[in-house]
Design a protein around this ligand. Sequence first.
Ligand code: ADP
Length: 449
Amino acid sequence: MFRKILIANRGEIALRVICACKELDIATVAVYSEADRNSLHVRFADEAVCIGPPRSADSYLNIPHVISAAEITDVDAIHPGYGFLSENANFAEVCEASHISFIGPSPRMLRLMGEKEQARREMAAAGVPIVPGSNGLVLDAESAAAEGDRIGYPLIVKASAGGGGRGMRVVRSREDLVTAWETARNEAQQAFGVPDVYMEKFIERPRHIEFQVLGDHHGNLLHLGERECSIQRRHQKLVEESPSTALTAKRRAELGKRVVEALKKIGYTNAGTAEFLMDEDGSFYFIEMNARIQVEHPVTELVTGIDLIKAQIRIAAGENLADAAGPAEFRGHSIECRINAEDPETFVPSAGRITTFQIPGGTGVRVDTASYTDAVISPYYDSLIAKLIVHGRDRAEAIARMRRALEMFVIEGIKTSLPLHRRIFADPDFEAGKLDTHFLERLLPVPVK
Ligand code: ADP
């Protein structure tokens, strides 16, 4: 087992990894930017190293700075969390070259899954259904038009290097295609430094359903059920739950088996998530693989009893899946609300000092956060400030629990998404499990882009 782990991240996920390390009796090193000097991950780690100015590019994304911190503190592994360097194949390679274990999939896998168009083809070849779309990347306007005619409208142009809901353009008719293709390419270049785009049929009212997997280095791979993440704003998730109300046990077993077989064939290791869209007929289509731990992992932890971060660490240290995770025993229902520092209707980020931070507790309630009263939310980073997660014997109990927990969560001084979450949980369609990715557009008075 590892002696000491550096956490190359900040906020709630850095703290979450520190919790797992403490339980495994592994020493921890936090890294932080000048803006995060007073953060809880710095306070609760055994050691902490400042890696640069507030801008992510100068600190959390700066590979030489992170690796230097790891070398100075003599760690044997790095946990990258999510975002930042978590899916960066070059970073994983530099870790390997520096004899530091990267807690995540191999650089080869990160490279493969990081190009969504390539990941699509690979999964299709391994027997997983994908959204009908272009044959490969769409490199010029002429082939965009030809592929558009073949796929049919509406369609969606997507950045192959995409993530975080960026670099996507829905196209409703042939006339709009070339402009949309050009805009998507420009956006992709701006956001990810690569202009490559591909096209998929646009599924009108899909549900977003994803499968969590864990694979070890001995050829074992297991799925831990699904999460439904259909409540989204700007193609980004806001509420997640497990299990999904849209899956029967039979369907879950069939799909889970396909995912497991495909990922075994591809040689996937560590934690990952295969994301799918389910159309109105109940057909499933793979969209992408997230080769890292996800924000919404706690709902799976609460229904399976498996600590996913500890499992990631133990797998990276070479343990068998059976020892690292044990069998999954599905129990009850779990729901997560992402509490963001943002206007609940316009989603404009809201930075500043938190004057009151009062978290709910009690049976079946978990809050993952690095925020506290008097903490300053800086404009430099992601707006997620807390995750409120509940577990109940069934969905009805989980909803009732979430309602009271949302009522008892008080954050003052900045705007948050709490009022929006309260509205979602008061909505009859949500209660009935009638969900699709346009749910919030119907709930909100202003259109959500
Ligand atoms: P990202 O990597 O940016 O998160 P994804 O490919 O995972 O992008 O898609 C994010 C969300 O965008 C999906 O959950 C869904 O709401 C929407 N989306 C993506 N592809 C399609 C599609 N083909 N049809 C309809 N909606 C889509």
